[in-house]
Design a protein around this ligand. Structure first.
Ligand SMILES: [Zn+2]
Length: 172
């Protein structure tokens, strides 16, 4: 858990310092300017490359409607990569049918590849899952997963890019 994430969440910006020289003019501020470090800001290029749903989910914390994502029922062998930065986030071997309507995994491919953040939005107490490398919103993790770990990583299809493993064991 990284306690600095509160200041990185665009929904809960830090209070502005008192010593601001010019008071902000209403409507002229762009929230993202102080919410993310430069290296993790979404670029115009990325915005053009992603679909509207992919962008809304990964950069605006949206959730795709249940049972609509392209990977909900995918059972093929392979890897699920971040749709923004291509980091391998989940392996097909940890995917299971939770019945929730979203791709569900028991664990990330490596713990350090995702960041878990306390999320109290929408009147719920949840734990958000983000890509460590590029800060993309992926979904949430819940404690109602199968044994032995008991975790359910509930991830939007729109945040993922699946790469199937062919018969030779190589990723295509
Ligand atoms: Zn990423």
């Amino acid at each position: 858990m990284r306690d600095t994430w509160g200041s990185l969440n665009p929904l809960t910006p830090e209070p502005r310092p008192i010593s601001v020289r010019r008071p902000p003019v209403l409507g002229s501020e762009r929230q993202q300017d102080y919410s993310l470090p430069m290296s993790k800001k979404p670029t115009d290029l990325e915005r053009q490359r992603l679909t509207a749903m992919q962008y809304a989910v990964t950069r605006e914390n949206a959730t795709e409607p249940a049972f609509t994502g392209e990977y909900v029922y995918n059972k093929d062998d392979g890897s699920y990569c971040c749709v923004c930065c291509d980091t391998v986030l989940f392996d097909a071997g940890t995917k299971y049918d939770s019945g929730s309507g979203w791709p569900s995994f028991t664990a990330p491919s490596a713990n350090e590849r995702v960041v878990l953040i306390s999320d109290n939005s929408h009147g719920m107490h949840r734990t958000e899952v983000r890509c460590t490398n590029c800060d993309a919103h992926l979904g949430h993790v819940f404690d109602d997963g199968p044994d032995p770990g008991g975790k359910r990583f509930c991830v939007n299809s729109a945040a993922l890019n699946f790469k199937a493993t062919d018969d030779n064991g190589d990723e295509s």
